[in-house]
Design a binder for this molecule. Structure first.
Ligand code: GLN
Length: 351
């Protein structure tokens, strides 16, 4: 009798404990990742990288968009945000630069929210081009013409997938989505938009070529205009790191806790970034660094470490492929020191 009582109590206790465990596991998978690196692990390495590359002057500002040619090339900021809400930021952290092509990742994410991954894959594709980001030959020669969502042609076509009763509604939806990924209200840098809108004949040509192949899904010039606005959104390096951390955290912005992107879409987005995030520099980047990343000609690069966090670097000088030289150096350094390369078994602790 007594023993039975004890057993019953024990069972109740075990039940209570196990429901507590499952509750807390559930809650922690929402809030924090068990694999996020510790602050002391990352702080010193990020600082080391910042100091090591601070005075590097290789590469040059993008100049085909007049505004970008005039940005101070010495600006340099680094930010890292983990899935358990740690934030480390150094340098020019409040300077707002144009997000440029990094926007393509989040318009892709929004298109997938609306249409699901299969339709987006069918309408855009995900093959690397091995060509410059604004290549006309790519559109002509790639079997899908759109190639992937991260080169200009595929990105303009992806923007054309976003629904809305008019251009304004589509644009506001895109801006709101980016803002939720960043966890702060983002705004257009009007001078960048004007500068780019006055000179984007190449992108207009790409959109007409896509129309010829029936691979653009709204009015071509309207789509280029919305695309030009999305590229002109201003972000600082901390906001960009949070946008990356939202991808790392299964679509939940780790700072606001909002589920911005459907968790099932994350692997598709990250795979596209690995294939084509640094354009014709993507293969070398996968080889040396092994992290899904995205660059923009404004000088930003964001790299995502699934489950752990994201690092964003801003430095305007670019290499020939259009990727920030200093940002690549900083991220390569940090990724190697912290064993972040996804293709390395060491990244999951197998030494
Ligand atoms: N807005 C730029 C363009 O269309 C984006 C290019 C980039 O960042 N690589 O050319």
């Amino acid at each position: 009798m007594f023993r039975k009582q004890i057993n019953t109590r024990l069972m109740v206790a075990i039940f209570v404990a196990s429901s507590f465990i499952s509750l807390s596991v559930g809650a922690s998978s929402q809030k924090a990742s068990p694999v996020a690196p510790k602050r002391e692990q990352v702080e010193a390495i990020v600082k080391e990288a910042y100091d090591k590359f601070r005075s590097d002057t290789s590469g040059k500002n993008a100049d085909y968009i007049p505004y970008l040619a005039q940005v101070d090339s010495k600006l340099f900021g680094v930010a890292l945000v983990t899935t358990d809400k740690q934030e480390i930021a150094l340098g020019d952290i409040s300077y707002s630069f144009s997000i440029q092509s990094i926007s393509k990742v989040y318009t892709l994410a929004l298109a997938m929210e609306e249409l699901g991954p299969d339709k987006v894959f069918e309408r855009i594709g995900s093959e690397p081009t091995g060509r410059a980001f604004n290549s006309v030959q790519g559109v002509v020669e790639m079997p899908t013409h759109t190639a992937n969502p991260l080169v200009n042609a595929g990105a303009i076509a992806t923007t054309s997938l976003i629904s809305g009763k008019d251009a304004n509604e589509k644009w506001n939806k895109i801006l709101d989505f980016y803002s939720r990924a960043a966890g702060e209200k983002l705004t257009l840098i009007d001078e960048v938009y004007k500068s780019e809108a006055a000179t984007n004949t190449g992108n207009k040509a790409l959109s007409m070529l896509l129309a010829k192949y029936d691979r653009i899904y709204a009015d071509p010039f309207e789509s280029v205009d919305i695309y030009t606005k999305q590229c002109s959104v201003g972000v600082n390096v901390s906001q960009l790191a949070r946008m990356g951390a939202t991808l790392a955290n299964n679509g939940v912005n780790p700072i606001t806790g909002e589920q911005v992107i459907k968790r099932e879409n994350i692997p598709y987005i990250l795979s596209a970034m690995m294939m084509a995030g640094l354009y014709d520099g993507s293969g070398g980047w996968a080889w040396h660094v092994g992290l899904p990343s995205k660059s923009g000609v404004g000088g930003g690069i964001v790299s995502v470490v699934p489950g752990k966090g994201a690092i964003a670097v801003f430095a305007p000088r670019l290499d020939d492929a259009g990727n920030s030289v200093k940002a690549q150096k900083v991220i390569t350094y940090v990724a190697q020191k912290l064993d972040l390369n996804l293709y390395s078994p060491r990244s999951v602790g197998l030494n």
